[in-house]
Design a protein around this ligand. Structure first.
Ligand code: FES
Length: 104
């Protein structure tokens, strides 16, 4: 079993999973609705800071990588360093700790 430790607005929690699905799907099946839009890796609405466990996620697809690059273009130098993934595309392969990404 893997753990997804999350903070979302004032809510924090841990979802246990066998993995294999996207962060968004893993959370939503447990009733945690992550910010989202297209669910296809393109809009950036599900942008997520990976606080721990970046290596425990599937590699980004070309579409997701383009979206991440587009988001980073408008960020401060400090914010560009934040590990970032799209929750609708990144598949869980181990323990992770996440939070919605804020550019502020
Ligand atoms: S919901 Fe659009 S990129 Fe994830």
């Amino acid at each position: 079993m893997f753990k997804i430790e999350y903070s979302l607005r004032e809510q924090t929690g841990i979802v246990e999973t066998e993995g294999g699905n996207t962060l968004f799907d893993e959370l939503s099946t447990k009733g945690v609705i992550w910010p989202h839009g297209c669910l296809a890796g393109a809009c950036g609405a599900c942008r997520t800071e990976i606080i721990e466990g970046m290596d425990n996620l599937s590699p980004p697809s070309a579409i997701e990588a383009d979206t991440i690059a587009r988001i980073r273009e408008g960020l401060s130098e400090e914010k560009k360093l934040v590990p970032l993934r799209m929750a609708c595309r990144a598949k869980v392969r181990g323990n992770v700790k996440i939070s919605p990404f804020s550019s502020k």
